[in-house]
Design a protein around this ligand. Structure first.
Ligand SMILES: [Zn+2]
Length: 535
C-alpha cells in the first residue's frame, strides 16, 4: 500500500506539498509556497517574522505541523510543545527527498524550511533557475530554495527576547540531485560562466557551503522524470514506482506551448507504465480553449507595429518562451528589447543548458536597461553583467531620447523608473501575463491605470474595471497564453494516461474531474487536507 497525504494544493492554486510513503521510503512531491493562504494574513509590509523562525508559519497554518522535517536552527525553544496537540500533528523523520516539478515558488518556496540534508530531485534547468532567482533577487527567508543563511538563537544586544538572527557563518546550499542531463554537458561558451563559480558561490562571491550537483541515484525508489511544457523551462512530471504500482505526479503542464511535444511524450510514456494513480493539476479546468504562443506573437506584433513612442511589455521573464516571442516582435518592428539585469542573469543561466537561448552579446535586438538608482558598488553578479555586456547597456536618457527604438521589459514594480524616461504621449503599455490575475493585483492595476493616465500612455491587454470586475477586453485577450492546459486538454491527458485512480491537485474546482471522468472507468479521489489516502 502506498500512502499519500496532501498538505497543500487542495482547493487552491499552488502550495503543493504531497507526502508519499511506501515500504521503500518517504518522498515529498513539491514543497511549495502557498500564495493564497499567505494573502489571507500577510502582504508586502506584513510578513512572517524571520526572527520567530518556524513559529509564525506553524501558528498561522502555513506549514504543516510535522516535527522532524524542518531545519533545527529555525526551532524556537519549546516550539513543538506548543504544536503537539495541533490537528494533523505528526512526528515524521527519514524523508528521502523532494521531487521538485519546476522552479515556480508555489511549488518550491517552502523547501527553504526543510532540513538541509533532505535532497531535492529536479531537472538541471530547475536547479540552475532556482539559484539564479535567489542570486539576483531579494528573497525572504521563507523562499530561499537554493541556499540559506543558518540562524542562531541569541539575545541580540539590549534585547531580552530570544530571536533567530542570521549568523555570520557561510550560507548553506541544498543538495540537488539531477534527473536529466549531467551538468558537465555545458555549451562551450557557457563553460566559463560555470567555471567562474556560478554554482559554488553566492552572488557576492562569498563562501557557500556548496554541494556539487549529484545524479539522482541516491533514492531507493525507481523514479522517472518526464520533461513537460509549462511557462518556465525545466518543468517535469514524475513517476514513482511504489509497492502498489506507478504513481504519476504531473506538476504544472500544458499541451499548447512551444514545447508541447514534451507533454505529448510524457503522456505516452506514462500510459505505458499503466499507473495506479495520477496526481493531476487542474488550474484551468474552466477554460475551454487555449491561446497559443504564436497568437501572442501576432497580437503583440499588431499592437506594437506602427505605434508611436515607447513600448513597455509586461510579462514574466522567467517565461523564456514569452521573452523570445517579444524578442521576435522587437526584431520585426525594428526595435530593441531592453531587459533588466536580473533577466539578463537568468537568460545567461538558462543558456548554460539550453544553447538555443540567445547569447545577449551576439543578439543585436537585445539590450540591458540599467536602473537609474544603481548602487555605488553593485553586488558581484550585477557588476559582472555590466562588465560582460558593457556595450549593451542603455540608460534612462538613451531610452528617453529615442523612445520609438525600444520595447522595455518592465513589470508593474518597475514603473518608478518612468519619471526618468518620461514616456511620450501615446506610448504603449502591453500586458502579457500567462496567468489570471489575483484580487491583490487588482489594486496594482488600479494604480497602473493612474500611471498610464499620468503619462498619457495607452494600455493593451490590461484588465479594466467594469461594474467592480476587472477584465481584459475581449479583443485584447490574445496576449495571454497560459502555462496550464485547458479543461479539454486535461481530460485528454487523464484519459490517455488512463490511471486506475486520479487525484486532482492545484485546482479550485476538482469536481470537474468527477463530472467528466465518471464514465471512463477512472476513479477520482478528491483529497482532503492533511488526511491520508491509501492506494
Ligand atoms: Zn507553475
Amino acid at each position: 500500500m502506498v500512502r499519500l497525504t496532501f498538505y497543500g494544493g487542495i482547493m487552491e492554486i499552488g502550495g503543493n506539498k504531497v507526502l508519499l510513503e511506501d515500504d521503500k521510503g518517504k518522498l515529498f512531491l513539491d514543497f511549495g509556497y502557498p500564495y493564497s493562504r499567505y494573502r489571507n494574513f500577510y502582504e508586502e509590509y506584513l510578513k512572517p517574522r524571520p526572527g520567530a523562525g518556524l513559529l509564525d508559519l506553524l501558528a498561522m497554518k502555513l506549514l504543516p505541523p510535522l516535527e522532524g522535517i524542518y531545519r533545527d536552527d529555525l526551532e524556537t525553544q519549546d516550539l513543538w510543545q506548543q504544536f503537539r496537540q495541533a490537528e494533523r500533528y505528526r512526528r515524521l523523520g527519514g524523508i528521502d527527498g523532494v521531487l521538485l516539478s519546476h522552479a515556480h515558488l508555489d511549488h518550491s518556496g517552502h523547501i527553504a524550511f526543510l532540513k538541509e540534508d533532505i535532497p531535492i530531485y529536479s531537472t538541471a534547468t530547475t536547479a540552475l533557475i532556482a539559484k539564479a532567482i535567489q542570486d539576483s533577487g531579494k528573497v525572504d527567508f521563507d523562499q530561499q530554495v537554493s541556499y540559506f543563511n543558518p540562524t542562531s538563537q541569541e539575545y541580540p544586544t539590549g534585547w531580552k527576547q530570544i530571536a533567530h538572527i542570521a549568523s555570520n557563518t557561510a550560507k548553506q546550499q541544498r543538495h540537488f540531485c539531477i534527473a536529466d542531463i549531467k551538468p558537465e554537458v555545458l555549451s562551450p561558451d557557457a563553460e566559463e560562466f560555470w567555471r567562474q563559480g556560478f554554482w559554488e558561490k553566492t552572488p557576492k562571491q562569498k563562501e557557500l557551503i556548496s554541494h556539487p550537483l549529484e545524479e539522482h541515484t541516491r533514492c531507493n525508489f525507481n523514479l522517472r522524470c518526464f520533461p513537460v511544457d509549462h511557462s518556465i523551462p525545466g518543468a517535469c512530471a514524475w513517476g514513482i514506482e511504489t509497492s502498489s504500482g506507478w504513481v504519476i505526479y504531473s506538476g504544472d503542464l500544458r499541451l499548447h506551448g512551444k514545447r508541447g511535444k514534451f507533454t505529448e511524450a510524457f503522456i505516452n510514456e506514462a500510459a505505458k507504465l499503466h499507473p495506479k494513480a495520477l496526481i493531476l493539476e487542474g488550474t484551468n479546468v474552466d477554460k475551454r480553449t487555449n491561446v497559443a504562443e504564436q497568437e501572442v506573437y501576432e497580437s503583440g506584433y499588431r499592437a506594437i507595429d506602427g505605434s508611436q513612442g515607447l513600448v513597455i511589455a509586461d510579462f514574466s521573464a522567467r517565461d523564456v518562451d514569452r521573452l523570445l516571442t517579444f524578442l521576435q516582435i522587437a526584431r520585426d518592428t525594428k526595435r530593441k528589447l531592453a531587459i533588466l539585469p536580473k533577466d539578463a542573469y537568468l537568460l545567461k543561466t538558462m543558456r548554460l543548458l539550453e544553447p538555443e537561448i540567445p547569447d545577449i552579446a551576439q543578439e543585436d535586438a537585445l539590450v540591458i536597461y540599467q536602473e537609474t538608482t544603481a548602487s555605488r558598488s553593485p553586488v558581484s553578479w550585477l557588476r559582472k553583467i555590466f562588465e560582460d555586456y558593457s556595450s549593451k547597456i542603455v540608460l534612462a536618457k538613451d531610452v528617453a531620447s529615442n523612445q520609438g527604438d525600444f520595447i522595455l521589459c518592465f513589470s508593474f514594480f518597475d514603473l518608478n523608473e518612468l519619471p526618468s524616461i518620461r514616456p511620450e504621449p501615446e506610448s504603449l503599455y502591453v500586458y502579457s501575463s500567462s496567468e489570471p490575475h489575483t484580487e491583490e493585483q487588482e489594486m496594482d492595476f488600479w494604480r497602473l491605470h493612474h500611471w498610464l493616465k499620468h503619462f498619457k500612455m495607452r494600455g493593451f491587454g490590461l484588465p479594466v474595471e467594469k461594474n467592480g470586475e476587472w477584465e481584459i477586453p475581449e479583443k485584447e485577450k490574445g496576449l495571454h497564453a497560459s502555462g496550464h492546459a485547458s479543461g479539454p486538454d486535461l481530460l485528454k491527458i487523464a484519459r490517455e494516461i488512463s490511471p486506475r485512480v486520479l487525484i486532482p491537485l492545484h485546482c479550485e474546482k476538482p469536481e470537474f474531474y468527477v463530472d467528466n471522468l465518471s464514465v471512463s472507468g477512472i476513479e477520482v479521489i478528491l483529497p482532503i487536507e492533511g488526511l491520508t489516502t491509501e492506494i
